[in-house]
Design a protein around this ligand. Structure first.
Ligand SMILES: *Cc1c(COP(=O)(O)O)cnc(C)c1O
Length: 394
């Protein structure tokens, strides 16, 4: 798009005008709950929305606004609304657009709580939902009912690294008048811009790549129209879940190096995937960057790079997975992803241990699946660490 600079330039400059009072180059942290009015008329104008300015931090804050402008710019969106967590962003989207008796179609393996919110809480107000494997658009078509209002998609999916075709979803959403919402947490706007592919709304857990330093929990909603922005902002003003100014500042600082971090992590992931493919203790590797990746054509059409998350199957099943977890030194055993440090996870013995084996297997989460969220360390050090850990299986 001609009205956008390059990605890194936008990440560094969007929302970051030098401060008008003292010329601070870094956006100041406006740690204030209310904002004073010069006059009664000004206060009245701000409440009426006829005058620009701040009233109260739950309704908007200048530090948060700088971050919102930056993320909206990177996603090529109309505007953005930062929230206290990724789940606050996702819940606010549901809260704003679902009505009693409406129906949602979603990706079956979305981030767990995104599905729980709809199935457990919104169901109490008469909202119905169907979660299907959205990697096949026919499954979406079959799930749509006359009362369906929203298609909620996450791609790539975690931990199975399966993709959903966003442009195909946009076509279906257009035919049925559905709002297409995409959780773009895993790909980041560097590698995938759903709004350009026809999505209406993008949500992020900024806890992951956008902040990138594993030290803040935050979320954001990016809209494609002013009408959506007003509805989402008003709903958030009423039920809370706003971002704190200090939290917003930290995320904005992290965001400025998003391109550098994701490119470096991706470079590491490409090298690791290649190494794992050759390794005798590894049965398979699933990563959009390998030549045998099942959805390679879609990955190349929809994404500008394969990303920094991959999964692989080790020999010796559950026990093999556990052994690798015990043996890694540099890679840290932890959930979450998107930070500068490499994290390793074994879903069958950690995040998904509570699921019945049959449910796990049918969701593609086999006992031997290991997930790697690759960070920004030196490639050789990561390869050496994985190499010595995989040796224990031979
Ligand atoms: C982590 C995550 C969320 C939830 O975000 P929080 O910031 O933890 O509330 C939502 N979607 C995806 C894809 C995530 O990885």
């Amino acid at each position: 798009m001609s009205d956008h600079h390059g990605f890194d330039t936008e990440a560094v400059h969007a929302g970051s005008e030098p401060d008008q009072r003292f010329g601070a180059v870094s956006v100041p942290i406006y740690q204030s709950s209310p904002f004073a009015f010069d006059s009664v008329d000004q206060g009245a104008g701000r409440f009426a929305g006829t005058e620009h300015g701040y009233i109260y931090t739950r309704m908007g804050n200048p530090t948060a606004a700088a971050l919102e402008e930056a993320v909206a710019s990177l996603e090529h969106g109309h505007a953005a609304i930062a929230t206290s967590s990724g789940m606050a962003a996702i819940s606010n989207v549901f809260f704003t657009f679902l009505e009693a008796n409406s129906h949602v179609v979603g990706t079956d393996s979305v981030y767990g709580p995104s599905r729980v919110v709809v199935e457990k809480y919104f169901s109490r107000f008469g909202v119905a939902s169907t979660f299907v494997d959205t990697s096949d658009p026919d499954n979406i078509r079959r799930a749509i009912r006359p009362e369906t209002v929203m298609l909620y998609v996450e791609t790539p999916e975690n931990p199975t690294i399966r993709l959903t075709d966003i442009a195909a979803c946009a076509t279906i959403a257009g035919e049925h008048g559905l709002l297409l919402v995409v959780d773009n947490t895993f790909a980041t706007p560097l590698l995938q811009r759903p709004l350009e592919l026809g999505a209406d709304i993008v949500v992020h857990s900024m806890t992951k790549f956008l902040n990138g330093h594993a030290d803040v929990v935050a979320g954001i909603i990016v809209t494609s129209t002013e009408e959506q922005r007003v509805r989402l902002r008003t709903a958030l003003n009423h039920h809370g879940g706003c971002i704190d100014p200090h939290q917003a500042w930290l995320v904005h600082r992290g965001l400025r190096t998003l391109g550098l971090r994701v490119r470096k992590a991706q470079e590491n992931a490409i090298a690791i995937a290649e190494f794992l493919r050759q390794h005798p203790a590894v049965e398979w590797v699933r990563y959009p960057g390998t030549p045998d990746y099942a959805q390679r054509e879609l990955a190349e059409r929809q994404m500008e790079g394969p990303g920094a998350i991959l999964c692989f199957g080790v020999k010796r099943g559950l026990e093999g997975g556990r052994k690798v977890m015990e043996a890694v030194g540099l890679a840290t055993l932890a959930v979450s992803l998107g930070g500068v440090e490499t994290l390793i996870e074994h879903p069958a013995s950690m995040t998904h241990a509570g699921m019945a084996i049959e449910d796990r297997e049918s969701a593609g989460i086999t006992d031997n699946l290991v997930r790697l969220a690759v960070g920004c360390e030196n490639t050789e050090d990561l390869l050496e660490d994985l190499s010595q850990a995989l040796e224990t299986l031979i």
